[in-house]
Design a binder for this molecule. Structure first.
Ligand SMILES: [Zn+2]
Length: 180
């Protein structure tokens, strides 16, 4: 017997839906930031065939490095596994809109594309506060696909900051008070 199509539920979104599986990998990577009290942001780099060649999660608190953002770590690992600094043909998938530093690293690594989940209204450099990645003055402009599993990605961050506000002691002298 045929059942009628459900009247509610998410509408198909071909631009974003194809990146959902990779975003789930990035979300799993974000969880790895929690034990060190780091803001849960995760990233993966996929090669032309969709194989994961780099992973990273925010390790700012874990290693005491202000540049240890998920994107930078994933791009470094991808360059090591590809064997050169140019990541042409590759896609970076990250749970939160990149900051200015990471947007710069994305442009410099010649990635084809950046896919992100939640928007960062306060510090995003891929469409929100700035648009470094698609700045026409730069000679390399990766494609940007925003808002993939945006609600899931935002919920991960909201849960983290709610826990922080609930009085869980900070893990370092510069514990995060906002998204990186
Ligand atoms: Zn960043």
């Amino acid at each position: 017997m045929q059942h009628p199509l459900p009247r509610t539920g998410p509408r198909p979104d071909p631009l974003r839906d194809r990146w959902a599986p990779a975003m789930r990998l990035a979300l799993a990577e974000a969880e790895l930031a929690l034990p060190s009290g780091d803001v849960p942001v995760g990233a993966v780099v996929l090669d032309r065939d969709g194989t994961v060649v780099g992973r990273g999660h925010n390790e700012r608190e874990a290693v005491g490095d202000p540049t240890a953002h998920a994107e930078v770590l994933a791009v470094r690992e991808a360059a090591r596994s590809v064997g050169e600094w140019r990541l042409s043909g590759c896609t970076l998938v990250v749970t939160l809109e990149p900051c200015t530093m990471c947007a710069g690293a994305i442009v410099l690594s010649r990635l084809d594309r950046v896919v992100y989940g939640a928007w960062d209204d306060k510090a995003g450099a891929a469409g929100s506060l700035w648009d470094v990645i698609r700045d026409r003055r730069l000679n390399h402009r990766p494609e940007v696909v925003p808002g993939v599993l945006a609600q899931d990605c935002a919920a991960t961050l909201t849960a983290f900051f709610d826990t922080q506000r609930a009085g869980v002691p900070p893990t370092g002298p510069d514990h995060p008070t906002k998204a990186v």
